[in-house]
Design a protein around this ligand. Structure first.
Ligand code: DSN
Length: 412
């Protein structure tokens, strides 16, 4: 490489990833093939428009690529092209969500989503996000006692506020979502049901989490989390959506037009190519085993943390993620994540439901198992990881050597 400064950083980052335990639930480690394609010649090409309807010449292979990626996206979730249309152009999750609102909800109208501090996402209507500025956000949370979704309360809120679109799917909710109940709530007020499955999409593809496709009008997802692909996103649109029909909207056309030309310019073809590679991997039998192991690992990690006396939000996990209430042991989330990082354990501070502390120094840390599971770690190692976390947080012990030893046994 002719750029020693960047080469040095690349090496350092590779080394950091190799010798640290990545417990951030939204991160993963992509295959060599995904990396190779991400750095391919497709990055050189402009392809504004959609297959067979581009604004530039030279797109014969771009057309083939985008069509292949779409077909693989549908296949990964076992969807029929007669029922579902997919757009694979969104640059990432935030623009994907924004495109859905832009395509389906008139500006100023109501969208209903979970508060960020309860486990939602900025793009589910937070005031600092464009989604909370251009649309009126109706925000919901979880039940204070159980820390679970309260569907009866959601129904009441929806009936009172009458949103045009309801979002389900979160960044820090460790339990399963009942999509059927969400469908009933959305139907009661004639709202679109949008599921943002970014966090658990890989679990859906691998059959380790209920599918939202039986109930949703729209499903959005990033491609880089549990799906183990490049950074990017996709939007699935249900051609049979009764709400779209009622509103006289062609859902596929409306959302496609919102992505381009509504929000974006040329699609990042190298990202789309790499997503196609990842989606093929996601449909393979080995990925089913991977998805199940992610969940088994999260259960093992949470069981050991609970045994060691840590309070977990909602009592544990059915997914890939765990929310640990460190304030219940007198620590702040920031202090905990800094202390863990010094020992090579990477987690992020996170608010917990009804957090009395501020977001920049909240009560919790969020943990997840997708990246460690990709490295081949299983339940036994999860117990070890839980004990390392406990040693750092409870006794302020230096476990750097143990972390390095564990990492050395599992390649990135
Ligand atoms: N940043 C992602 C996460 O960590 O959950 C959400 O966009």
């Amino acid at each position: 490489m002719k750029d020693p400064a960047i080469e040095k950083l690349l090496k350092k980052e590779a080394e950091r990833q190799k010798y640290s335990l990545d417990l951030i639930p939204s991160e993963n480690i992509v295959s060599k093939e995904v990396l190779r394609v991400l750095g391919s010649e497709f990055t050189n090409k402009y392809a504004e428009g959609y297959p067979r309807a581009r604004y530039y010449g030279g797109n014969e292979y771009a057309d083939e690529l985008e069509e292949l990626c779409r077909a693989r996206a549908l296949a990964a979730f076992r969807l029929s092209p007669a029922k579902w249309h997919v757009n694979v152009q969104p640059y990432s999750g935030s623009p994907a969500n924004l495109a859905v609102y832009l395509g389906l909800v008139p500006p100023g109208e109501k969208i209903m989503g979970m508060q960020l501090a309860m486990g939602g996402h900025l793009t589910h209507g937070h005031t600092v996000s464009a989604t909370g500025k251009f649309w009126t956000a109706v925000r919901y949370g979880v039940d204070k006692k159980t820390e679970l979704l309260d569907y009866a309360a959601l129904m009441k809120l929806a009936r009172r506020e009458k949103p045009r679109l309801i979002v389900a799917g979160y960044t820090a909710y460790p339990r399963m979502i009942d999509f059927r109940k969400f469908r009933r709530i959305a139907d009661a007020v004639h709202a679109y049901l949008m599921v943002d499955m970014s966090h658990f999409a890989g679990l859906v593809a691998g059959g380790a989490y209920p599918t939202p496709f039986d109930y949703a009008d729209i499903v959005t997802t990033t491609t880089h989390k549990t799906l183990r692909g490049p950074r990017g996103a996709m939007i699935f649109m249900n051609r049979a959506s009764k709400i779209a029909k009622r509103n006289g909207v062609d859902i596929a056309k409306a959302v496609d037009r919102a992505v381009f030309p509504g929000l974006q310019g040329g699609p990042h073809l190298n990202q789309i190519a790499a997503a196609a590679v990842a989606l093929r991997e996601d449909a393979a039998p080995a990925f089913r085993a991977y998805a199940r192991q992610i969940v088994r690992n999260a259960k093992a990690l949470s069981a050991e943390l609970a045994r060691l006396g840590w309070r977990l939000v909602a009592g544990g996990s059915d997914t890939h993620l765990i929310l640990m209430d460190v304030a219940s042991q007198g620590l702040s989330g920031k202090e905990a994540s800094v202390r863990l990082e010094k020992n090579g354990i990477i987690a992020n501070m996170n608010t917990i439901p009804y957090d009395p502390r501020p977001p920049m120094d909240p009560s919790g840390i969020r943990l997840g198992t997708p990246a460690l599971t990709t490295r081949g770690m299983k339940e036994k190692e999860m117990k070890e990881v839980a004990r390392l976390i406990d040693a750092v947080l409870r006794e302020n012990r230096d476990v750097r050597k143990d972390v390095r030893k564990l990492c050395a046994r599992f390649k990135v």
